[in-house]
Design a protein. Sequence first.
Length: 543
Amino acid sequence: MTDSQATDSTGAKTPAGTNPLAPAPIGVRTAADVVTPQLVAHLTKGVVGSGRTANHTPFTGEKLADLPESTPQDVEKAYEAARAAQRVWERVPVRERAAVLLRFHDLILERQGEVLDLIQLETGKARLHAHEEVQAVAVAARHYGRKAPAYLRPKGHTGAVPTLTKVTELRHARGVVGQIAPWNYPLELSVGDALPAFAAGNAVVMKPDTETCLTALWARDLLVEAGLPEGVFQVVLGEGPVVGPEVVRHADYVSFTGSTRTGREVAQGAAARLIGVSLELGGKNAMLVLEDADIEKAAAGAVRACFSSAGQLCISIERLYVHESIADAFLERFAARTRAMRLGSSLAYGADMGSLAGERQLKAVEQHVEDALAKGAKAIAGGVARPDIGPYFFEPTILDGVEDSMSVCTEETFGPVVSVYRFKSDDEAVERANSTPYGLNASVWTTSARRGRDVAARLRTGTVNVNEGYASAYGSVQSPMGGMKDSGLGRRHGSEGILKYTEAQTVAHQRLLPMAPSLGMDDEKYAQFMSRSLKLMKTLRFK
């Protein structure tokens, strides 16, 4: 560092000469203490796989566990078992299915220490960021555990002829949901997405990323302990290009979270079979700091928004638009907080940021930063790898002076890198924020609630957070969450998050008179009678 003093994440000064990016203290538990052969054997006993593969920890690059690897034939077997179990599970009353989620809610909070260790070891993230996953899954389990019966209950509607036509909307499970889950949030984006599918009466065949599959398998084990029949939740492991298409080929509905490129391939596979699909894909999310924003709060919020999980979060911020009148003051505070962040690999709370997930992510981050610096951008914080901490650590980085010709300007980095841009008016900020093919998340900072809501409504993203980076919208599970444009199709959370896993059926019961000429009317009199009836229904404000 060049400054004689730096500030820590609370804004307090640290002594001159210290390195605030030094590794956090090592925790008392090691990977070998957590991932024992007994644990791996227990968690993988239900995985259908005739081959062998392995996963690794980003903290050191070392192997964590030997794992079964599924073939296309193994995937077919998993679907056969899931279909048999689903036929029984769908007949279980919805309140009993929902009760499993509520028991799971309690278990995951009681035993969170186990899964926090696994999340950290498999993803390399800091413990507080791992806890965000525990929070998100517990909230989803509580929500659907309470609300699933209401979301799924039969609903009456006005019939074609009031009093003569009784109409009921029913919701049926789709069958077996094929789920392809990513590596970056291995608890929340695996079992978190599966919970509403189970509540709706479906079975799930999940393909988690092999590098983070122990977390998903742990969650499966806990769900079985909470009362979910084992056959209802099948897990297959293997390379995405081999196993992924097979998951899509046998599914009745597909849930996918990952890159936009792969999402298009999944969508094409689902379209060929005329099955439904939900996709949460990439993002190049923008944060707008208006001239009336609280600069201190916005700077602290930007650290969370840009560098949580080392920026490996679909809804994290990669583009930062700051009003020109406050840009220098804001960046001074934001850069100081960023430089003071503590990197570490401890299985304990204390580190502000962990590691990137692997060599591929590190290379992508390095390429974007090097390209920007070579073309004239300036790193006002970070900008370099930290192999002294671990093989895939990279300092949280702020780039100023980024131009359109730089890859970091338009391409998703998916790492701890944010580009800064200045604007003169709200109109300019909105236009620039919207000038991307992506539309997943956005953030607006202002002291005016009304202005924040007005600007938010003009942004073409699935979620917008006012005076927060991403957590307030994502954590509001009664509301839909998902992407616009190239950021995906469909929504998770709320009614849409569970109804997508169902087929709607309309049952119309006609009583007393048919929907045809009757009571001695010929065709012409029947047509006149229906015309008068339709006019009357409009007058009486029938919908």
